[in-house]
Design a protein around this ligand. Sequence first.
Ligand code: FE2
Ligand code: FE2
Length: 343
Amino acid sequence: MPEIHRKKIYNPESLESVNERKIFGGNPTSMFDLNKIKYQWAYDLWKTMLANTWFPEEVNMNADTRDYNGGLTPQEKLGYDRALAQLIFMDSLQTNNLIDNVNPYMTSPEINLVLVRQAYEEALHSQSYAVMVESISANTDEIYDMWRVDMQLRHKNDYIANVYEELAKNPTEHNLVKAMFANQILEGIYFYSGFCFFYTLARSGKMLGSAQMIRFIQRDEVTHLYLFQSMINSVRKDRADLFTPALEEEVIEMFRKAVEIESAWGEYITQGQILGLTSEIITQYIQYLADERLSKVRLPKLYNVSHPIKWVDSFASFNDQKTNFFEAKVTNYAKGSVNFDDF
Ligand SMILES: [Fe+2]
Ligand SMILES: [Fe+2]
């Protein structure tokens, strides 16, 4: 399979015109001449991401400290720790994956621009988790070590990291496109499913600060999901030859496996003990997410199920928080509110 190469970071010999730009496999000068744009969606996305700027310290976590140490059941506490440990792993992985693994092969400056911003946001999410862990737990190491000692989490993380590692070990066009789908799955299934746990707790009046933090994080993840879906669709246009039936079969298998793994994980963190989140609901929600993501990249839906917990969508949206339900200063961030329903 054709190999791909890291782009040069300084390339004065290149005479590549804007129309010749490619998502990958191009020959860029590596100058950020942003007066000439080929992938306009990427530059528009950059501006949206800038408008979404927020800071984790601004979320008030005082009530969560009280809830965690008095209001939560032992099962809710354990679920909270596990859900958080999973998010900590994914944002850590994603920061490095974007910068060290994906971006070096991307040969369009407007794509490099958004990937760098995305990596910054993933790093910011890691900081958010530090704020959350610090405010709820006396023993912060316990949550931070979970990725290593909790075998269920380890198994899930091994699978997620594996596709990224395939690209690192064997950088081919095929593996790069597969890694793009892996990013779409991470941003659009694993994260969404993890967030759902926090919204469910908040819906019963618990851990409202955490839910607010997650809402800010999710607003970022929506743009990340859009980025990878758009990249996949742009590559499909430029390089239709790569989208062979064999590749599509592999991708569909990745989606199936992701649904299986995430459903098992959802069961593990809720243990049937979280009000409103049965195993059936969790599985159906994950299947619904998988179908949505597949259709956005023009692949057939696999499950054809309805959204079983529609309240999550309005709960997660700033646009729907007209009553300022949470105490944080939602309205201050209205400048970043863009309707992502189409994303
Ligand atoms: Fe993130
Ligand atoms: Fe992300």
